[in-house]
Design a protein around this ligand. Structure first.
Ligand code: ADP
Ligand code: MG
Length: 338
């Protein structure tokens, strides 16, 4: 059974960066305004994320890493909406099957923090001979999740991830993208034991300020912005999209493409290629743009057959949405070049 669980976990957690993505989303869901990440060996030895969000109640700790434990649906009608994302309550459970997972957390109303350790979905003692009971400890309001020895029990997966600097740059890439999408939140990332962070964004920025900080002034100073929306509000067909993208003056060797659908970082080669296509007539051959897209669609129109952790997403009216966004992009680019 534990082997099956490990295989299933590997479907959700592919590498340190995909674990981090789930942890960031949990911190954002918890209302954090500060997210600090510490990494050792590309996240394989240590991946730690500290937030100042709402914390987890002590009474919720025993089942925290059980499959389908989630605080994110309270009523049945919620469930029928949210379930269209395909899954809930699987991230921490998965991590507990392929790493040593520990949690330190404190809610505003508790007087101290609690520390708990997990393996295979269940609480385990911090050291042999101790009880599994969460232990009181010092700690600030919020949650620190620590993932150690990721994939220690799946050697094939581990050996495929030997390049720790590659894994670290994927971690920075995920954080960079979430920092652009959440400019009001402060993100910090550093290697364990190193003094200066490799990524450090202040709270209360705007998207262009975040772009400037993370991708440089050369991107930020050529940014255009547009908003597109369509459909009757409250119907599954309605959607809105905000986009920031560079004009013809900005010419990169490689496309930078950030796509958030309902605040989840996803990939859609269809939208990416269609938008790149608009630039074909605008940029010289070999030059590529920066594009950031924040798309909000009705959760009911996300494809139920695609697991949300699978990178490529599909949704209702994909073609129509892609076309309208491309039209708006084209219009804006033409406006600028006049
Ligand atoms: P999901 O996010 O789909 O609910 P997860 O396995 O990612 O499932 O998390 C399980 C639950 O653990 C969440 O629903 C939430 O209640 C709690 N949780 C996880 N991370 C945090 C966090 N950083 N702050 C507060 N609660 C958290
Ligand atoms: Mg989650």
């Amino acid at each position: 059974e534990s082997l099956i669980n490990r295989i299933a976990a590997g479907e959700i957690i592919h590498r340190p960066a995909s674990a981090l993505k789930e942890l960031i989303e949990n911190s954002l869901d918890a209302g954090a305004t500060s997210i600090r990440v510490t990494v050792k060996d590309g996240g394989l030895k240590l991946l730690q994320i500290q937030d100042n969000g709402c914390g987890i109640r002590k009474s919720d700790l025993p089942i925290l890493a059980e499959r389908f434990t989630t605080s994110k649906l309270s009523t049945f009608s919620d469930l029928s909406r949210i379930s269209t994302y395909g899954f809930r309550g699987e991230a921490l459970a998965s991590m507990s099957h392929v790493s040593h997972l520990s949690v330190i957390t404190k809610t505003r109303s508790e007087t101290c923090a609690y520390r708990a350790h997990y393996m295979d979905g269940k609480l385990v003692p911090a050291q042999s001979g101790q009880t599994t009971e969460p232990k009181p400890c010092a700690g600030n309001d919020g949650t620190t999740i620590t993932i150690e020895n990721l994939f220690f029990n799946t050697p094939t997966r581990l050996s495929a991830l030997r390049n720790t600097s590659e894994e670290y740059s994927r971690i920075l890439d995920v954080l960079t993208k979430y920092a652009i999408h959440n400019p009001k939140i402060s993100f910090v990332c550093k290697k364990a034991g190193s003094g200066s962070p490799d990524l450090n964004t202040p709270a209360s920025s705007t998207i262009p300020q975040a772009v400037r900080m993370l991708y440089g002034q050369s991107v930020e100073k050529e940014l255009l912005h547009t908003t597109v929306s369509s459909g009757d509000p409250k119907t599954p067909e309605s959607w809105t999209s905000e986009a920031y993208f560079t004009n013809a003056n900005y010419q990169s060797k490689k496309t930078i493409f950030l796509l958030f659908i309902n605040h989840r970082l996803v990939e859609s080669s269809r939208i990416k290629r269609a938008m790149e296509g608009v630039y074909h007539g605008v940029l010289p051959k070999g030059a590529s743009p920066f594009m950031y897209l924040d798309l909000q669609i009705d959760p009911r129109s996300v494809d139920v057959n695609v697991h949300p952790t699978k990178k490529e997403v599909h949704f209702l009216n994909e073609e129509d949405i892609t076309m309208k966004i491309c039209d708006a992009l084209q219009e804006k680019l033409a406006e600028k070049s006049q």
